[in-house]
Design a protein around this ligand. Structure first.
Ligand SMILES: Cc1cc2nc3c(=O)[nH]c(=O)nc-3n(C[C@H](O)[C@H](O)[C@H](O)COP(=O)(O)OP(=O)(O)OC[C@H]3O[C@@H](n4cnc5c(N)ncnc54)[C@H](O)[C@@H]3O)c2cc1C
Length: 391
């Protein structure tokens, strides 16, 4: 099998890249180790930055998002039983975000790829990337019980944190930067109307809580829990009681309860692999970097990477110059580190570390009050939340 761009992984990064390349008349093959149903069901991110929304629309993948997604013009910060709304358009010159689940983005892109795009092979597991530093890189993979080889001009590893692509970069050329946090998020999906029409980020002495939503009838809620917590150790009632405590306000706001349909715990990690390119192998999305979900940046970073790669490849075809491909890693990493900084800031602003002292508690509240009282501080948050420019 032969193609111009071999893509490993059909998460948001791999699927969007295949779409962008298809639109530019460049052929690709996507290899995905899981089956279609699994990829379409995997609950993860839900906030699309303005730039991501624009990219999906321009790629012809925004029709259902525009119909069913929920445009959000702000978030609420909740601390000390008070509420403060951050108004995105007023602070950023008109930007907003879209609540539209990653599962739906993936479903839309898969449907388009199958109807119009190149091959997308499910249950095709990449085993190794070979010859990354040659002009003829290859992906060795297993599909339907048989091993095969995909010969490529370029390989893009969109295979997430646990994928194989990153391993093809020699250790002596790699640097990793990492931080793990001593807590995770217990996330639930519930058949309950969202109790607020925008996301609520709550800082509480018992820990962080986030109110989010998937649709007008489905809530997505999170609780900070100790690292290593088993989701099943929490009964549904305990979860609702704890959410109620952490979201409590001095006014008559009430939390809407409903049947919990899914529960899971997400660990929190910051991770960056440098460089994001080795020869003709490019890493994109979680394969190269992870952010804690507090800043809602993971999916949006993945989108930025593949847009940067697609532009660079089109530039190469149109001008013969590899300058943008050569600059890929540095270009992406500038944006990645801004997202790492923001995600870290949001995480340390809102979560209570197990060893937090009363001094740390006061500092957190002072930082939140600063955001609530200074337009400059609030603008900084709004600009980062609605997204950094790609490129
Ligand atoms: C549990 C969880 C919850 C999250 N919640 C949020 C959130 O609330 N907000 C937020 O912004 N971000 C969140 N994220 C992060 C966000 O979902 C990711 O940043 C995003 O999925 C990155 O997309 P990706 O395409 O780079 O990687 P992925 O979505 O991980 O896709 C990688 C794909 O590669 C496939 N693959 C792996 N290995 C191979 C192989 N050897 N061969 C072939 N295919 C392979 C995988 O099956 C997968 O389909 C969450 C992540 C996780 C894990």
């Amino acid at each position: 099998m032969r193609t111009t761009v071999g893509i490993i992984g059909a998460g948001p990064a791999g699927l969007l890249l295949a779409r962008l390349l298809h639109n530019a008349g460049i052929d690709s093959v996507v290899l995905e180790s899981r089956d279609r149903a699994y990829v379409e069901r995997r609950q993860r991110a839900g906030i699309l930055e303005q730039g991501t929304v624009d990219v999906l629309r321009a790629a012809g993948a925004g029709e259902r998002m525009d119909r069913e997604g929920l445009r959000h013009d702000g978030i609420e910060l909740r601390f000390d039983r008070t509420r403060h709304r951050v108004d995105f358009p007023a602070l950023t010159g008109g930007k907003s975000v879209m609540v539209y689940a990653q599962t739906e983005v993936c479903k839309d892109l898969i449907a388009l790829q199958i109807e119009e795009g190149g091959p997308l092979l499910f249950e095709a597991e990449a085993l190794a990337v070979e010859g990354a530093d040659t002009d003829t890189p290859r992906i060795r993979f297993r599909h339907q019980g048989a091993e095969d080889v995909l010969e490529c001009d370029y390989v893009v590893g969109c295979d997430g944190f646990w994928g194989v692509a990153r391993r093809a970069i020699p250790a002596e050329l790699s640097r990793t930067f990492e931080r793990t946090y001593p807590f995770g998020w217990l996330g639930i999906l519930a058949d309950a109307a969202p109790s607020h029409d925008e996301l609520v980020y709550a800082r509480h002495d018992r820990g962080f809580a986030l109110l989010s939503m998937r649709s007008p009838s489905v809530s997505r809620l999170y609780l900070q829990v100790p690292e290593g917590t088993d989701a099943e150790a929490w009964s549904d009632e305990e979860i609702w009681d704890e959410l109620e405590r952490r979201f409590e306000t001095a006014d008559d706001w009430r939390l809407e309860r409903g049947p919990i349909t899914q529960k899971s715990v997400t660990p929190m990690r910051s991770f960056v692999h440098e460089p994001m390119r080795h020869g003709r192998l490019f890493l994109a999305g979680d394969a190269a970097h992870i952010v804690p979900p507090t800043g809602a940046k993971g999916l949006n970073l993945a989108v930025g990477d593949v847009v940067t790669f697609a532009r660079a490849l089109v530039h190469r075809r149109e001008t013969g110059s590899a300058e943008l491909l050569d600059a890929y890693s540095a270009t992406c990493l500038r944006r990645v580190w801004q997202a790492e900084r923001f995600s870290y800031d949001m995480t340390t602003l809102l979560h209570r570390a197990p060893d937090a002292t009363p001094f740390d508690d006061r500092l957190q509240v002072a930082r939140l009050r600063r955001i609530a009282s200074s337009r400059a501080a609030e603008t900084d948050l709004a600009e980062a939340y609605t997204g950094f420019p790609v490129g």
